[in-house]
Every structure is written in C-alpha cells, then in structure tokens.
Design a protein around this ligand. Structure first.
Ligand code: ADE
Length: 229
C-alpha cells in the first residue's frame, strides 16, 4: 500500500506514523508513506494556499489550485482520495478494514475553515471525520486514520496479536476488561474465573463483561443485538 498525505503540516501527520508498529510496517515494505507540503504546489511567490470565503464569513479556506495540481500529480489509476474533515462520515473500524486492502490512498488534510467545495466535488472519493469534535488540523486525523488502516494490513501486527479479537471486530461490542500480574495488587484481585483455566467459563465471563462495559460506556452501541463469533 502507498499513502500520500497532503497537508500544510507534514511533520504532524508523520510523527505518530514513524514509531513502533507503523514504523516497522514501513521498514518491511507493507506500506510506503509520504507526507507532502501543499505549499510545494502553490504557484505565487508567497506560496499562498488559502483565501477568504466568497460571500463572506469567518476564516480562510484552502484554495483549489494547489490541491488540484497536487492530486493530479500524485493520483494513479486505483487511487482513493480521502478528505479529512469534521463534515465527513464518521470513520469506523469496518471502513478501516475495507481500506486496508487499498493499493493507494491520498489523504487530503483540511485546515482553517476547510477546502473549496470544488475540490470535494471533483477530486474527493470519501470525506471522513474521526469524531464529533473539531481539531485544529486535519493532519492529526490523517495520522489516526492511516494508523488504523495500516495496522490491519496482514503482517503489520506480527503473529502475536490478532485484530479479530479486539473492540469493534463486532462493531457493537467493546472488549472485556483485561488483567495481568500481580494477581493481588494492593488488595485488588484479578477475578477468580480468569485463573480457573476453565475456557468456556472464561469466555462466558468475557462476554458478560463486554456487554456490561458496552452498555455503560457506549449505550448507543449496546442497543444493537449481535454477539461475537
Ligand atoms: N479536521 C478537523 N476536525 C476533524 C475531525 N473531527 N475529523 C477529521 N478531520 C478534522
């Protein structure tokens, strides 16, 4: 997979992707990530990428020309162009899974009040939001979306960890609570059932706790009835 990130802040997008699992995925050629500064496609002498809103309104918008030039230069036949914006559809694990088999993604990061709408109409395949809040900058969201996609490329997590068993593998159930040693920490005990070695009982306990946790933390998900497996 190749990911090109178009942003005014390449370092913000790259910093989280150059550590740990995603760094290893780059080293082992599962993914190639390039972050580009949009200003490199600005033609005027001040390398201007933004302008005032037509019809008035607060703030500035990213101009269409540098974005069109950049996308047209980077785009290949099988490219998906993703715009990170709070106005997008909310990004979910199922879409991360679907996008993990893409060959080429261009992630366009909004800034200021967003991008000129002609960019969305002509160039963008998917508008994605990472949640119902506003960030200063879409490069942060691009790193989040890229991370969640890349870790699902087969081989990225290594043998020890399976993306099948985590929260959102069933989109309506969070993971059960988990414990490690010591078994007694300041009098706080690991639940006995987890030490029982009884596989079926452990699975039933996890299922029950996963449901409790989901109703407590995500009542919106808990309403939907579907079980793991
Ligand atoms: N840019 C600003 N806020 C955002 C959000 N919530 N998701 C994606 N891009 C954004």
């Amino acid at each position: 997979m190749r990911i090109d990130i178009l942003t005014l802040f390449p370092e913000i997008a790259l910093a989280p992707l150059n550590e740990s699992i995603i760094k290893r995925a780059q080293k082992t050629n599962l993914v190639e990530i390039q972050a580009h500064n949009l200003r490199d496609w600005a033609k005027d002498k001040h390398r201007k990428t933004d302008d005032y809103l037509c019809g008035g309104g607060q703030g500035m918008l990213l101009k269409p020309e540098p974005i069109f030039d950049a996308v047209e230069e980077l785009r290949q036949e099988d490219t998906k162009v993703i715009l990170l914006t709070p106005q997008g559809q909310v990004f979910k694990q199922a879409l991360a899974r679907e996008l993990s088999s893409s060959t080429h993604l261009i992630m366009l990061c909004g800034h200021y009040e967003g991008v000129d709408h002609r960019v969305i109409e002509e160039l963008v395949d998917l508008e994605l939001s990472i949640g119902d809040y506003v960030l200063t900058n879409g490069a942060i969201a691009a790193a989040v979306v890229a991370d969640s996609i890349i870790r699902l490329i087969p081989g990225a997590l290594g043998d020890a960890r399976s993306p099948e068993e985590e929260s959102f593998s069933d989109p309506n159930l969070l993971e059960a609570p988990a414990y490690t040693k010591p078994i007694d920490f300041r009098g706080l005990l690991v639940p006995n059932v987890l030490l029982s070695g009884h596989h079926a009982k452990i699975e039933a306990w996890k299922e029950e706790k996963a449901r409790e946790r989901t109703s407590q933390n995500r009542p919106d998900l808990a309403k939907v009835k579907k079980t793991r497996g």
